[in-house]
Ligand binder design. Structure first.
Ligand code: UDP
Length: 367
């Protein structure tokens, strides 16, 4: 059964964006060992004798049972959480969000390990509606309905799979069979987020990496549907602090679902693009700037995409129980994020362009 101070923590998906920030924070805050599990741990820079790196898929037979047996806390972060995949590879998204994770919940319950599971604000769906279908300003854990779109709008496969896993966790917990906390992150951004297409990944990354990719390659920032849709962005450092408080306070956090986000950073995607471009140009005054281009969602993401018009977290529960009050503004966080992308990717982009065939020959091939 979980104790107030975890001695052995397993982090599933430790090599991803959030894991690479969370693992060092856990090691700094707790007198514990951390087993970091992922298929790629190159983003995880922490060096600590209490950190054990394990390169593995969570589906490896027997792995999760073993991990649950030797851990008093499991933090589950694994996901395929790029919207471009929800309507293009929905079965893989459902596997990663649901089928692969049911065994984690079952093992945690069986071995009496506490489970902190990262779900998503995406479960709230297209917009904030109360239980009678009336519009709400903010998305609240217990007062907002989960309003997804029709099945042919495959965007919602991710939300639906994540919601079903929340319900599985809740069912175990409410029957006294699992100590759990579910976290719903709202648009967490920061260093090491996602990938750049053609450099260390393929496809379309989340909006921040998409815009950084465009800026670094002197291409226009593409605004889906004009960029009118709004998001509330939170700095990854503040988000991770919220998770650390959940780890530290099982007596208030167990059996609950927490929104973690920053309602004060609610901006349109166009505003994000403008702020990012101007912070980038302040850092790289010589860079060419190709401006913005409006694109339709269908041409950008393909058929079956759908969107959330506005997504603002209600934080009163996290404030009351965790004293969680994120305060870093978008303009404060952007320079550090840009710095990380420029340092990691600018040399690789320069190398890739130098390696590319000269433009006239390429055109001849394409023609
Ligand atoms: N978006 C955009 N341009 C891009 C990438 C994304 O305008 O290059 C939009 C996308 O349509 C969505 C918003 O930005 O409305 C946020 O996208 P993100 O990828 O962060 O995922 P989401 O917040 O929808 O989960």
């Amino acid at each position: 059964m979980s104790s107030a101070t975890p001695r052995r923590i397993a982090v599933l998906g430790a090599g991803g964006f959030i894991g690479s920030h969370l693992v060092p924070a856990l090691l700094a805050r707790f007198d514990c060992s951390v087993e970091a599990i992922d298929t790629d741990l190159s983003k995880l820079g922490a060096h600590d004798p209490r950190l054990q790196r394990r390169l593995s898929r969570i589906q490896e037979p027997g792995l999760i049972d073993d991990v649950a047996r030797r851990s008093d806390l499991i933090v589950s972060l694994t996901a395929l959480c790029t919207p471009a995949l929800y309507n293009t590879d929905p079965l893989a998204v459902i596997d990663a969000s649901y089928n692969d994770l049911v065994p984690v919940v079952q093992s945690a319950a069986r071995e009496r390990a506490r489970l902190i599971h990262l779900s998503t604000c995406e479960v709230y769906g297209r917009r904030a509606l109360d239980l009678e279908g009336r519009a709400m300003e903010r998305m609240s854990e217990h007062e907002t309905a989960l309003f997804l779109g029709p099945v042919d709008r495959e965007r919602w496969t991710y939300a639906c799979a994540k919601q079903l896993l929340e319900r599985v966790i809740w069912a175990y917990g409410s029957r006294g069979e699992l100590d759990f906390t579910i976290v719903r992150p709202f648009n967490v951004v920061g260093a090491r987020m996602d990938f750049l297409p053609g450099i260390d990944g393929i496809g379309v990354p989340r909006v921040l990496a998409s815009f950084m990719n465009a800026l670094l390659r002197d291409q226009p920032l593409e605004l889906v549907d004009g960029g009118r849709q709004r998001r509330s962005f939170i700095a990854v450092e503040e988000f991770v602090e919220g998770v650390v408080r959940i780890v530290a306070r099982p007596e208030v956090a167990n059996g609950r679902i927490f929104n973690l986000g920053n309602p004060r950073n609610d901006v349109s995607i166009r505003t994000l693009a403008e702020e990012l471009a101007s912070a980038y140009r302040a850092r790289e005054p010589g860079a060419r700037f190709a401006g913005f281009r409006e694109v339709s969602a269908e041409s950008f993401y393909g058929p079956g995409y759908d969107d959330t018009s506005e997504r603002i977290p209600e934080l009163s529960q996290a404030e009351a129980l965790l004293e969680f009050r994120p305060s870093v503004t978008l303009s404060e966080m952007l320079p550090g994020i840009i710095d990380d992308y420029v340092r990691r990717y600018a040399p690789r982009i320069a190398l890739a362009s130098a390696d590319a065939a000269p433009a006239p020959q390429r055109e001849a091939v394409l023609a």
